[in-house]
Design a protein around this ligand. Structure first.
Ligand SMILES: Cc1cc2nc3c(=O)[nH]c(=O)nc-3n(C[C@H](O)[C@H](O)[C@H](O)COP(=O)(O)OP(=O)(O)OC[C@H]3O[C@@H](n4cnc5c(N)ncnc54)[C@H](O)[C@@H]3O)c2cc1C
Length: 387
């Protein structure tokens, strides 16, 4: 009899885990709250060890074709004057030389395309309750259907409901990193192409990113805030108002960005935070990806952790005859890699989003001395794990 798994979430880590478990002979079901996969989206990085994972999945060529190939990074001061204008990272100079940047939706679509024929996807549904008192995981879905699986895995992102239900409230595991942000799309009236422009004052950043040749820009407003800014601000309108107040009086394109945020249908406001848990598994359930160890966008490592975490969990379940031994191996093999990647947050934060005038000047003088964008991130993040 095939072993069975239910995975909650069809983002990055869910389908990636589904791929490895199907290959190992499991019957895989993925339940996704949304009606369908979301296309496009903001750019994400696939770096180091994660590049090897996507190579082993057979999608490296497709992802190279989807590589955004950003050609120019322009950094602006508070008046909108140019501080530095850098070419994209030089592949020849990076230690790995092969890191990728793709739209999140392109990666999700590749993962879906290699699993859709072999994995059962249940869209527009989610887990309502689980009961582990029998010899498996008895699941009731929101739609009312009931099924039993050998194990269940939460791959439902930073604000995971499976984590909440199985391990406790988010506050227990949430580490606030000092920033709030809003992202949304707006028309590319500036005619930007394959480039990022970032405006900074101490503690505030506004970025416009033209991912490829596109008539749409990804807009990003990020601000330093001592306490989680949206904790007591409920509702999308109030959150937009808060962001608009923070950026009132700013120069460059910021007033237009704030106006576009008010009209945008896809505004996403959140805080920069990490998820840190002492254990990612318990009984017959486990967490993977952002649900278990979100490192925050400040590290640029979220997708890499999701891909590598899914690989290690898949390998552990495939090679151990029972879930207890498999989960122990997953915790042991991945822990250091997660810790090293989450620790990158301090250097990443200092580099892109300085909160003080002094830190901003330090960053700017570093940028003025460069002609290429430095490639990604500190390398220990990629050597803490052997695949
Ligand atoms: C603004 C921003 C910028 C980022 N920039 C980068 C970057 O530059 N580089 C990088 O590597 N990473 C970046 N990330 C992080 C990256 O997107 C995540 O780390 C990565 O997508 C994690 O994958 P995941 O599969 O674990 O979770 P997700 O991609 O969040 O997928 C979770 C899935 O679960 C579904 N879901 C949620 N709740 C339920 C439920 N109750 N039942 C069923 N399904 C559910 C969701 O609809 C979604 O499909 C960024 C994230 C944000 C928000």
């Amino acid at each position: 009899m095939k072993r069975t798994v239910l995975i909650s979430g069809a983002g990055i880590s869910g389908p990636a885990l589904g791929y490895w478990l199907h290959r190992a002979g499991w019957a895989v079901t993925v339940v996704e709250r949304a009606d369908a996969l979301r296309a496009g989206g903001y750019p994400i990085d696939i770096r180091g060890t994660a590049v090897e994972v996507v190579r082993r999945m057979g999608i490296l060529r497709q992802l190279r074709e989807a590589h955004t190939g950003t050609r120019r990074y322009t950094f602006l001061n508070s008046d909108g004057g140019v501080v530095a204008s850098l070419n994209g990272p030089s592949p020849g100079r990076s230690p790995e030389g092969h890191d990728l940047e793709v739209r999140r939706g392109d990666l999700a679509a590749e993962l879906y395309s290699i699993t859709r024929d072999d994995v059962e996807f249940l869209f527009n549904d989610s887990i309502d309750t689980v009961d582990q008192t029998g010899g498996g995981v008895d699941v009731t879905f929101r739609s009312g259907r009931r099924r039993t699986f050998d194990v269940a895995v939460g791959a439902d992102g930073m604000h995971s409901q499976t984590r909440e239900a199985w391990f406790g409230p988010e506050e227990r595991f949430h580490r606030y990193l000092g920033y709030g942000f809003a992202i949304f799309t707006m028309p590319n009236t500036l005619g930007l192409s394959r480039e990022l422009m970032m405006w900074n004052t101490p503690g505030k950043a506004a970025a416009l990113y033209a991912v490829g040749e596109t008539d749409e820009l990804h807009a990003f407003l990020n601000f330093h805030w001592p306490k989680p800014p949206f904790a007591e601000v409920r509702g999308p309108g109030a959150r937009r108002d808060l962001v608009a107040r923070v950026f009132a009086g700013a120069s460059w394109e910021v007033p237009r960005m704030v106006g576009a945020m008010r009209d945008a249908a896809d505004v996403f406001c959140d805080t920069a935070a990490q998820i840190r848990m002492p254990r990612w598994t318990g009984g017959r359930v486990a967490l993977v990806g952002d649900a278990a160890y979100a490192p925050s966008f400040l590290t640029g490592q979220g997708s890499s952790l999701a891909l590598v975490g899914a690989y290690v969990l898949g390998r552990s379940l495939a090679t151990h005859g029972n879930h207890t031994a498999a989960f122990a191996a997953y915790e042991q093999d991945l822990r250091e890699y997660v810790a090293v990647n989450q620790a990158l947050v301090d250097s990443g934060r200092a580099r892109l989003f300085p909160a003080t005038a002094q830190a901003l000047e330090l960053r700017n003088s570093m940028l003025r001395g460069l002609d290429h964008m430095p490639s990604a991130t500190a390398r220990p993040a990629h050597s803490a794990l052997r695949l």
